[in-house]
Design a protein. Structure first.
Length: 319
């Protein structure tokens, strides 16, 4: 009896030991912690290889050579050879010339390009007018001429560029204008090609040519044909607008595209310079340009900037 009882007890003890050894209650699973917490959402530390979320940058500015409305603005990256690369985004300018373009953030330069399209127009900023027109919708006084302040359809072949050093911040300011177009062409001629340094130097040289105390890429351009907007602008902004208006006045019979090409060819081919003066009316010169800008300043009763352009013309004449 006693022997039988001892055997039963020993058997019970062995059974308990075996159950404990098997990790009763599921405790044996604690050897490897779970990779998915309750709820099924892994933490960042549990998935270190996950890519960071994409960052975006908004590029905002104004298109001007005269204010340019309803035009297409396209952003591209730039290839290793300095050529236009893949498209990053597209936007359209408003009737006031303003645009905002959202792209993936870029640590390298961005190429902005303006092109026309259905409904794209430019405000005439030349006192002498911008040539003949058959567009009765834009011709307010129906005289067959594009007068100062009137709209004109963008001519075939018209386009502008701007180079942005980078677009890493949430918000980046960048205009696209005649001056950024000239600077972009000049930046391409630098030995290292297009990079942040060549863009900055080209933009700076373009401003220096006209003694413009501001960045051609970020200075806002007012509508020179709207006197209230012009007068509300800063002196640097007004001067920028007068430079653009003076250029338009040089175009023969509104041939702005050929004059634009001449400006780009001269400026990029002469290391950021223009011919100081010329006896040939068909040849773009700094003296003639400054004189047209001076006359526009006089028309707008801006005596301070009229004097500034007179000085620029005199310096070009004696150079």
């Amino acid at each position: 009896m006693t022997s039988t009882l001892m055997r039963v007890c020993l058997s019970s003890l062995m059974l308990v030991s075996l159950l404990a050894g098997c990790g009763g209650g599921g405790g044996g699973g604690d050897a490897s912690p779970s990779t998915t917490p309750t709820g099924g959402t892994p933490s960042v530390s549990e998935n270190p290889s996950a890519p960071p979320p994409p960052r975006y940058s908004s590029i905002s500015g104004i298109a001007a050579k005269g204010i340019i409305g309803n035009a297409r603005i396209t952003a591209y990256d730039i290839g290793d050879d300095g050529s236009r690369g893949a498209m990053l985004g597209v936007a359209q300018t408003g009737i006031d010339g303003k645009f905002t373009l959202e792209i993936l953030a870029q640590s390298t330069p961005v190429w902005l390009e303006l092109s026309g399209g259905t409904g794209a127009f430019m405000l005439c900023d030349s006192l002498d007018g911008c040539g003949e027109t058959s567009n009765t919708t834009y011709d307010a006084n129906q005289n067959g001429q594009v007068d100062f302040g009137e709209k004109m359809a963008l001519p075939p072949g018209f386009g502008l560029r701007a180079l942005v050093p980078a677009a890493e911040d949430n918000s980046v300011s960048a205009n696209i204008s005649l001056l950024t177009h000239m600077a972009a062409a000049y930046a391409e001629t630098f030995p290292q090609g297009i990079d942040g340094l060549s863009i900055a130097m080209a933009n700076s040289q373009t401003a220096n040519l006209f003694a413009l105390d501001g960045d051609v890429l970020t200075t806002t351009v007012p509508d020179v044909s709207q006197i209230d907007r012009y007068q509300a602008a800063t002196q640097t902004q007004r001067k920028y607008a007068l430079i653009l208006g003076g250029f338009s006045a040089l175009a023969q019979n509104g041939e702005i595209v050929s004059l634009l090409q001449q400006a780009v060819t001269q400026f990029s081919g002469q290391q950021g310079q223009l011919a100081n003066h010329s006896d040939d009316a068909m040849t773009l010169s700094l003296s003639a340009w400054a004189e047209k800008s001076r006359l526009l300043a006089v028309h707008l009763n801006d005596s301070l900037l009229a004097a500034a352009f007179a000085n620029l013309k005199n310096a070009a004449d004696i150079a």
